[in-house]
Ligand binder design. Structure first.
Ligand code: G6P
Ligand code: MG
Length: 222
């Protein structure tokens, strides 16, 4: 029986994923690295350090920087990102999300945030959504980033639920892989070709409806 919803944040509740990609592209350019569209897409959902390492690998620069220099580079990216998100308001919540959260609350579902971003609490404040969730995974407690299932397992545990009782929502293929590796039902939001591993796919958040999600979940659980 469906008892909880686990949400990624960037690209699911709001379009902050585009700001992450913009800030990373700026850093890549500075390092003399041009990312292909697939490499850019592959950064979605990846932790801060994993993202930098993927960019360096794309430019065959894996060994160029020390750990301390990498921290300076990720700090620099984060400063750019923080500037980009500072004007966010509740208007920036993606279509369909307010109604979904309202319907889920009315249905008694518990809700958690499973975002790798250390900026997630700041964004939730900007969006006026901080009080809508029962739990937020603290990414500082994680050992491995998406596609590892750890973050979704922890979100589920924070709600006191089982894998068969939750739905996870993701815009990233690494995120859908994490949900599936946690043994949970995955909703993919975005390009069907990239998110084919999801149990249920929508083009965008406007297409999310709790009654339809409940029906798909019930069918899958038999
Ligand atoms: C999310 C985003 C990623 C980002 C990661 C870390 O997973 O989808 O693009 O790299 O969080 O975010 P942070 O805000 O802590 O750098
Ligand atoms: Mg995301």
């Amino acid at each position: 029986m469906l008892k909880g919803l686990l949400f990624d944040l960037d690209g699911v509740l709001t379009d902050s994923a585009k700001f992450h990609l913009q800030a990373w592209s700026q850093l890549a350019t500075q390092l003399g690295i041009t990312l292909t569209p697939a490499e850019r897409e592959g950064l979605r959902g990846r932790s801060r350090l994993d993202s930098l390492n993927l960019i360096l690998a794309a430019g065959a620069q894996e060994d160029r920087f020390s750990a301390a220099e990498k921290t300076a580079l990720t700090d620099q990216k984060n400063a750019v990102y923080l500037k980009l998100i500072q004007t966010m308001t509740p208007v920036d919540i993606l279509p369909g999300i307010p109604q979904l959260l309202k319907d889920a609350q009315a249905a008694g579902l518990k809700m958690a945030i499973a975002s790798a971003s250390r900026n997630a609490p700041t964004i939730l404040d900007h969006l006026g959504l901080a009080a809508s969730f029962d739990a937020i995974v603290d990414p500082a407690t994680l050992h491995r980033g998406k596609p590892d299932p750890e973050i979704y397992q922890q979100a589920q545990a924070l709600l006191g639920l089982q894998a068969a009782e939750v739905i996870g929502f993701e815009d990233a293929s690494a995120g859908v892989a994490a949900i599936k590796a946690a043994g949970q039902f995955a909703v993919g939001i975005g390009d069907a070709r990239l998110l084919a591993a999801a149990d249920y796919l929508v083009k965008d958040t406007a297409a999310l409806q709790l009654s339809q999600l409940q029906a798909a979940f019930a069918k899958e659980s038999g």
